[in-house]
Every structure is written in structure tokens, then in C-alpha cells.
Design a binder for this molecule. Structure first.
Ligand SMILES: Nc1ncnc2c1ncn2[C@@H]1O[C@H](COP(=O)(O)OP(=O)(O)O)[C@@H](O)[C@H]1O
Ligand SMILES: [Mg+2]
Length: 360
């Protein structure tokens, strides 16, 4: 196995008495598109800036490409950072902005020219080299910032919420371009985002952070399908929770008493964060089905529709299950011929034991 490009272990960061990072252990693989995801204030930027060398950790070790970064200043690290507010120089042309770091390194003029032209093309700004930067749109300015970082050929590109200032449509377009760009250049990207959809659609792997700690590191599919706690499950998409009481364990299974669903035996693997402290069962809205006509399911429970949200292609139902106060959400695809239930109607809800997660 090749050595991870970034290795963090036991990383702490204090600002005065306030602990912004606590015992962060993390390996990021070479060539990976890696995201740091978490709510505002959880320490994402602090972690990224520590990797870049703009912050000095209070404890722990940081290796990049097998080298300890202790005492190595930001400009001597094989990393480059793209900031949230793409700080490009408005009085310079696009090409001058992109060339800036290369000129500072005193590279030969001819090499600078080729590399700048290549980098500008890479981010889709061919022909914009002589343009003034102040006249560019937000998306174009962000491309210039990207080109300026990529032209230096860093081993790792660090991106702190680079798309958050763009409107939704442009942001989605840039997400897909950024992903393609990362594949094309093969550089390790570490992206900070608070947007779970952005992290899911773009990343090879994601670290979910809360309160200065890493809660889980996994691929998007594993994070969504096997979250290790209620908190992670709630942050990544929608999840219904039912109270659950562990009755006993034996070998590879656990017996639980679940609100509304009753007594069940589940494989231990469905306690995705371990059994200790589990007090709820989680089930994703698309794992529940509203049965129609002669449709059947592995298990069935009677419910009453309390709210209906029609989205055209999908309908979101809130339903009341027996013995449960809060409603449960079910998402259904509106396939041909499927009728939509109304508020107050009875619904047969299909579910299966294999789609339940036992969570703490
Ligand atoms: N220079 C600083 N001095 C004091 N507190 C800071 C400093 N930088 C960040 N913090 C605090 O550290 C916490 C984490 O901040 P940050 O890493 O910016 O979070 P995120 O990027 O996830 O929003 C926040 O509570 C923030 O207020
Ligand atoms: Mg931040």
C-alpha cells in the first residue's frame, strides 16, 4: 500500500483556552478527493490551515509526503490553498494573476508563459489571459484563483469553501468541473465544506467533524448507509429515529424492542457505531414504502398520513405510526399510475429489518 500523502495524529489546537481541534487522527491518500464536512465552527478551517502551515498545532504530528511538517513554513510545504474569498489581484490581468507565484519563484520567462497558458486552459478560461480581473464574474474569479494555485503544481490542493459565494446553479456546475479537474490533474484535493450534498457528490472520502473532533471517516456511500451515530446520520441526509431498547445479545445478533415496530433480532453489523450506548433505531425515508393495492413487503405497519409534500417527481409523506408521537417521513417516487394519498388517509407502511440501523 502506498503511503498516505497526509498523516495527522493526535492533533490538538488551542486558541487561548478554547480548544478548536481535539485529538485529530487522519490519513489522506495520494490522489484522493477528500472533504472535511461539518457545521460552521466545528474546526474545518483550523484543520485545513494547520495542514497548510498557516496555523501551528498545539500538539500532535503532521506529515506530508512522509516528511514531518514541524517548523516547516507554509511557503515551503508541497501544498497550496484556495480561499473562500478568492483573493485575486484586481489590478492585474488574468495571466498576471496566474503567473504571480511563478514570478515570485523566479522561473524562466518561457516556462512561466507555457505553464500559465496551460493552467488558464485547464480551468476553462482560454482566451481570457489578457482580461482585467476586476471585470470577471464570481465563477470566473474562482477559476483564476484555482489556476493560480494549480500552476504551482502542488502535491496537495487545499480548498476552503471555494464555491460557497456562488449561486446554486453556478455552484453545481463548478462542483462538477472541479471534480473533473481533480481527476485530470491527479493532485490530492482537500475540500472544506458545510454542504453535505456537495461533499457526497464530489468526494472519494469524507471526514465528518463536530466540535473539533472527527466523528467518522468514510466513502459517501458508507457515510450515508452506515453512519456511526445519530448525529452523523442527521447531518448526512434525512433519518427517522425510533426509540429502541437493547434486550440481549447473542453471538452475531442483538435482540431489541423498537418503538412502533416491536421486538426484533438484528445482526450486530447493523449497530454501525458499536452497541454501546445505542438507544435508537434509524431508518432512511426511502427505505420505508407506502404500499398500494396488492403490494406486499417483508413487514408491514398501519399508519395515518399527517402531511403530504408533493414535489412532482417525488412525494414526501409525514405519517403517524402507532405508539410514536413525532411523525415519520417517507419519500416515494411518483411512478406512473401511483396515486397520491391525502392527509388523514390510512397508509400501509412497508419496511424491512435489514434497513434499520441501531444507533447511539
Ligand atoms: N484565530 C482564532 N482565535 C480564536 N478562536 C478562533 C480562531 N480561529 C477560529 N477560532 C474558533 O475556532 C472554532 C473553529 O473555527 P473554524 O476552524 O473557523 O471552524 P469552521 O471552518 O468549521 O467553521 C470556532 O469556534 C472559531 O470561533
Ligand atoms: Mg471555515
Amino acid at each position: 500500500m502506498t503511503q498516505p500523502i497526509i498523516q495527522l495524529s493526535g492533533l490538538d489546537k488551542f486558541y487561548g483556552n478554547f480548544q478548536a481541534l481535539s485529538q485529530v487522527d487522519l490519513d489522506i491518500k495520494t490522489g484522493e478527493f477528500f472533504s472535511l464536512l461539518g457545521p460552521s465552527g466545528c474546526g474545518k478551517t483550523t484543520l485545513l490551515r494547520s495542514i497548510a502551515g498557516f496555523e501551528t498545532p498545539s500538539a500532535g504530528s503532521l506529515y506530508i509526503d512522509g516528511q514531518s511538517m514541524d517548523g516547516v513554513p507554509a511557503n515551503k510545504r508541497p501544498t497550496n490553498m484556495v480561499f473562500q474569498s478568492y483573493a485575486i489581484f484586481p489590478h492585474m490581468s488574468v495571466a498576471e494573476n496566474v503567473a504571480y507565484g511563478l514570478k515570485a519563484r523566479k522561473l524562466p520567462k518561457a516556462e512561466i508563459k507555457t505553464r500559465v497558458t496551460d493552467a488558464i486552459a485547464m480551468v476553462g478560461l482560454q482566451g481570457f489571459g489578457e482580461r482585467a480581473s476586476h471585470g470577471l464574474s464570481g465563477g470566473q474569479r474562482q477559476r483564476v484563483a484555482l489556476a493560480r494555485a494549480l500552476v504551482l503544481k502542488p502535491r496537495v490542493l487545499l480548498l476552503d469553501e471555494p464555491l460557497s459565494a456562488l449561486d446554486k446553479k453556478l455552484r453545481e456546475q463548478m462542483q462538477s468541473e472541479l471534480r473533473q479537474l481533480q481527476r485530470a490533474v491527479g493532485i490530492t484535493f482537500v475540500l472544506v465544506t458545510h454542504d453535505q450534498e456537495e461533499a457526497l457528490t464530489m468526494s472519494d472520502r469524507i471526514a465528518v467533524m463536530f466540535d473539533g473532533t472527527i466523528a467518522q471517516v468514510a466513502t459517501p456511500q458508507d457515510l450515508y448507509g452506515q453512519p456511526c451515530s445519530r448525529r452523523v446520520a442527521n447531518f448526512i441526509g434525512m433519518m427517522n429515529f425510533l426509540d429502541a431498547k437493547i434486550l440481549s445479545t447473542s453471538g452475531e445478533t442483538v435482540d431489541v424492542d423498537v418503538q412502533s415496530f416491536g421486538k426484533l433480532t438484528l445482526p450486530l453489523g447493523q449497530a454501525t457505531g458499536g452497541l454501546e450506548g445505542c438507544d435508537a433505531v434509524g431508518v432512511r425515508p426511502e427505505m420505508l414504502t407506502i404500499l398500494t393495492g396488492s403490494q406486499t413487503a417483508e413487514r408491514e405497519i398501519e399508519a395515518v398520513v399527517s402531511e403530504v409534500f408533493y414535489y412532482g417527481d417525488m412525494t414526501y409523506y409525514d405519517v403517524r405510526l402507532p405508539f410514536k408521537e413525532e411523525s415519520v417521513t417517507i419519500t416515494m417516487r411518483n411512478t406512473a399510475g401511483r396515486s397520491i394519498l391525502g392527509v388523514g388517509e390510512k397508509a400501509r407502511v412497508g419496511w424491512s429489518a435489514s434497513s434499520l440501523l441501531l444507533l447511539k
